[in-house]
Design a protein around this ligand. Structure first.
Ligand code: MN
Length: 156
């Protein structure tokens, strides 16, 4: 698949997987809503995905992802969560972080993704709220480095 087609496929698998995990099923109309496309576009795409062996569409059961389809969907979901968490650590609002995660999630170099993952882990597993993160927030709000002030205080 060419690059744009791969991205599109990943978006579909991600949404279908999410709908199935949350509701137990995915319907064309809901997929269309989530991806901001028209239902006929969804119908066309799911046909392609089913031809590639990534999902199965049965009249009464609706959609199920194949093992390979689910593997891809889970990988995209993991990338999405990592990126969204990273952006939220930086102070980006959840809604924007989620939107941007979907834009970025397809195109990251594995090394960048690995560092994002480590960084998110590092912050989330910190025994206390990292002080430097507060410093960063202070810097965002005021444009000033807080650590200078602290240094001066300890010198007194
Ligand atoms: Mn996404």
């Amino acid at each position: 698949m060419e690059k744009a087609a791969t991205e599109r496929a990943e978006d579909y698998l991600e949404v279908i997987y999410d709908l199935i995990s949350k509701k137990g099923y995915a319907r064309i109309v809901e997929i269309a809503e989530r991806l901001n496309v028209r239902p006929p576009t969804v119908t066309e795409m799911v046909k392609k995905l089913s031809e590639k062996g990534l999902l199965v569409h049965e009249r009464y059961r609706g959609f199920t992802l194949t093992e390979e389809g689910e593997r891809i969907a889970k990988a995209v979901q993991r990338r999405h969560e990592t990126i969204a968490n990273f952006l939220m650590i930086l102070g980006v609002d959840k809604e924007i972080a989620e939107q941007d995660a979907c834009r970025i999630e397809h195109n990251l170099h594995p090394m960048t993704l690995e560092r994002f993952t480590k960084f998110v882990e590092f912050v989330q597993n910190a025994p206390q709220d990292p002080e430097w993160l507060e410093h960063f927030e202070h810097y965002v709000k005021t444009g000033e480095h807080k650590c200078k002030v602290i240094k001066e205080n300890t010198e007194q």
